[in-house]
Design a binder for this molecule. Structure first.
Ligand code: DAH
Length: 339
C-alpha cells in the first residue's frame, strides 16, 4: 500500500507538470482526491489492514493528500500569473481613441438658489424646518387668522382633496406647526413647494417654491425684520442692493408689508425688467399677528416676532437674469446646463 501511495504521488506530480490550462486542474483533483479518485480508493481499502499498520499508512496517505492539494493550488497560482501576463502582452492601449464622455449632472438652478438662501439664513442662526405639502385647512388658513369666509382665501385658491385637506398654497402653515411644537426663541426658515390654481405664464405656475421665515422671541421688532431682509438681499443680489418696505395686508401679520429690492437689471433707474419702477417685489412679511401667537400657544404679551414668505422662482430669475419662469420646469438641458 505504501508503494501504491508513492506511485500515486509520483503520477500526480507528472500530470501536474504537464498542465497548461487552469481547467485541467479540476480534472486532476477529481482523478486523485475526488469521491472516485485513486487516493480515496486506497483510503477505503484501509479497513483490511492490521491495527498496527493502519496508522502508519494513514499518515502517509494524509501526507500524499496534502502534497497533491498544495501542488494543485500552487500550480493554479502560477497559471493565473501566466494568464495575466499573456493578457497584458496581448492587449494594447490605443491612447488616441476618443474616450467615452461621462455626463456629470448639475444642480437645478432652483435648488442652488434655495441652497444659497438657506446658507445665508443658517449663517444668521436659523434652523431649517419642514412641513407637509398635503396640508390641513386648519394650518394653511385657520391657524393663520384666515377663517373660512376670509376674502384673503380667494387670492390663494388652491387644490382641495376634501373640505379640510388641500395642497398648501403657501409655506406659512409651517409657522403654525413650528410654534405649536417648539418653545420660543424660534428662528426657522422653511423652503418648499406650494400650489395654487394659477394659469401658467411667464411669471406664474401652479407649482412653485417659497421660503418661509419665522423669528419669535422677547422684544423682536420690525427693525429686526428690516435688518434681516436687508442683509439677505445684499447677499443674494449684491452689496449695492436696497430694499423697500411697502404697507400691505396679510391676515397673519400686523403690521404687514411687501418687500421690494432695487432692480437687479438697472439698479433702480427703471427698465423693462422692473417695468420702469426701479423696484421688484420679492416677498411678503410682517410682525406675527397676536391672534396667530395665541392660537399657537404663545403669549403675545411676552413674545413678539416677525415672519416672511419669499418667492424662490422670482429670486432665481433675478439672480440668474431669467425672463420666463417656465424654463425652470421644462427640463431642457440647453437651459439647465448653463448653471
Ligand atoms: N404666505 C404669503 C403668500 O404666499 C407670504 C407671506 C407674507 C408670508 C407675510 C409671511 C408673511 O410669513 O409674514 O403670499
Amino acid at each position: 500500500m505504501k508503494q501504491q501511495l508513492e506511485e500515486i504521488m509520483q503520477r500526480a506530480k507528472e500530470k501536474l507538470s504537464l498542465v497548461k490550462e487552469k481547467s485541467e486542474l479540476e480534472e486532476i483533483r477529481l482523478a486523485f482526491l475526488g469521491k472516485k479518485g485513486e487516493l480515496t480508493a486506497i483510503l477505503k481499502g484501509m479497513g483490511a489492514l492490521s491495527a498496527e499498520e493502519r496508522p502508519k499508512i494513514g499518515q502517509i496517505a494524509n501526507q500524499v493528500r496534502e502534497y497533491i492539494e498544495e501542488a494543485i493550488e500552487s500550480k493554479g497560482i502560477e497559471l493565473s500569473a501566466k494568464e495575466l501576463e499573456q493578457k497584458l502582452k496581448a492587449e494594447k492601449v490605443d491612447v488616441t481613441m476618443p474616450s467615452k464622455k461621462t455626463m456629470i449632472g448639475g444642480r437645478h438652478p432652483l435648488s442652488s438658489v434655495i441652497e444659497e438662501i438657506s446658507r445665508i439664513f443658517i449663517g444668521m442662526g436659523y434652523e431649517i424646518a419642514e412641513g407637509p405639502e398635503v396640508e390641513l385647512d386648519y394650518y394653511n388658513f385657520e391657524a393663520l387668522n384666515t377663517p373660512k369666509n376670509h376674502p384673503a382665501r380667494d387670492a390663494q385658491d388652491t387644490f382641495y382633496f376634501t373640505e379640510n385637506i388641500l395642497l398648501r398654497s403657501q409655506t406659512s402653515p409651517v409657522q403654525a406647526r413650528v410654534m405649536q411644537s417648539q418653545k420660543p426663541p424660534i428662528k426657522i426658515i422653511c423652503p418648499g413647494k406650494v400650489y395654487r390654481a394659477d394659469e401658467i405664464d411667464a411669471t406664474h405656475s401652479p407649482v412653485f417654491h417659497q421660503i418661509e421665515g419665522l423669528v419669535i422671541d422677547k422684544g423682536v421688532t420690525m427693525g429686526d425684520l428690516k435688518g434681516t431682509l436687508e442683509l439677505f438681499a445684499k447677499n443674494i443680489f449684491g452689496e449695492s442692493t436696497k430694499i423697500r418696505l411697502r404697507p400691505h395686508h396679510f391676515p397673519f401679520t400686523e403690521p404687514s408689508c411687501e418687500v421690494d429690492v432695487s432692480c437687479w437689471s438697472c439698479g433702480g433707474e427703471g427698465c423693462r425688467t422692473c417695468k420702469g419702477e426701479g423696484w421688484i417685489e420679492i416677498l411678503g412679511a410682517g410682525m406675527v399677528h397676536p391672534n396667530v401667537l395665541k392660537e399657537c400657544g404663545i403669549d403675545p404679551e411676552v413674545y413678539s416676532g416677525f415672519a416672511f414668505g419669499l418667492g424662490v422662482e422670482r429670486t432665481a430669475m433675478g439672480r440668474f437674469g431669467i425672463k420666463d419662469l417656465r424654463l425652470f420646469y421644462e427640463n431642457d438641458l440647453r437651459f439647465l446646463k448653463q448653471f
